[in-house]
Design a protein around this ligand. Sequence first.
Ligand code: ZN
Length: 119
Amino acid sequence: MLQRLDSQVAACLKKAAEARERAGDAGDPEQRAYHLRMEGSWTRVAESMAAGDRRDAYIQDQDRHHTEMCLACDGALRMKWARRDREVEQHIYECVACGLERRVTLREESNGEASLVRE
Ligand SMILES: [Zn+2]
């Protein structure tokens, strides 16, 4: 059990590291900011898991699926376009497998967490 949790925490930390890498590679400031926020988000999930707060980790995981999985085929999504207007962020993702586009609107709450508004 503990070992399984450890591997989940490690997986989140790996995601955080990947996001940090992508931020470093991003030429576009909007995309860089997005990846840095993803890094923070993954780091928080890892911390929540390590602290045993499964509820928080679960919610974060749901949010992740909202923005990273294709609804039609479960394929991986890649970001095509992102725009930020004050606390509201709009993303357009494209499925690498079937090409379906997803438009997602996120709102940054006062605690720094991003919540899904609509898609
Ligand atoms: Zn798809």
